[in-house]
Design a protein around this ligand. Structure first.
Ligand code: ADP
Ligand code: MG
Length: 139
């Protein structure tokens, strides 16, 4: 089934000029980038985006890191795109990420792990709606 998922190329990756290399891995995996914008997230946007983690000990550092430099927000389209992109990203902690995954290739540590991808179809729709309007998505 064709799905849309939401992706973020995080500050640790944009700072190291890795946007193109990450996009190449995404495209080589058969996912199509159907919307993309570079933004500097505000504190309010980052807090809202990661609200589910607000009681976790790393929430403050996560919000600080997500607002420390520009990010690239994206909508990815493909067959089973939500689960597929989670596979392409690899485990949250790069020490546990499989060979060839984005986090194995590029992440610095469990916090600065280069990419975000939605964890369910329902969250994908909510996350896409936080950053894109339907007209932005050109499939
Ligand atoms: P994922 O991004 O793989 O869905 P989570 O939803 O569990 O992972 O966490 C969201 C983000 O919070 C992670 O991608 C990472 O940037 C940060 N994070 C998660 N766990 C930790 C941790 N133990 N220490 C610091 N940052 C963390
Ligand atoms: Mg998550």
């Amino acid at each position: 089934m064709t799905q849309h998922t939401f992706s973020i190329i995080k500050p640790d990756a944009t700072k190291r000029n890795l946007t193109g290399k990450i996009n190449a891995v995404i495209e080589d995996a058969g996912l199509r980038i159907v919307a993309q914008r570079r933004i500097h997230m505000t504190e309010a946007q980052a807090k809202r985006f990661y609200e589910v983690h607000k009681d976790r000990p790393f929430y403050g550092e996560l919000v600080e890191s997500m607002t420390s430099a520009p990010v690239v927000v994206q909508v990815l389209e493909g067959d089973n795109a939500v689960a597929r992109y989670r596979e392409v990203m690899g485990a949250t902690n790069p020490e546990q990420a499989a060979e060839g995954t984005l986090r194995k290739l590029f992440a610095l540590n469990v916090g600065e792990n280069s990419v975000h991808g939605s964890d369910s179809l329902e969250n994908a729709a909510l996350e896409i709606a936080q950053f894109f309007s339907p007209a932005d998505i050109v499939g």
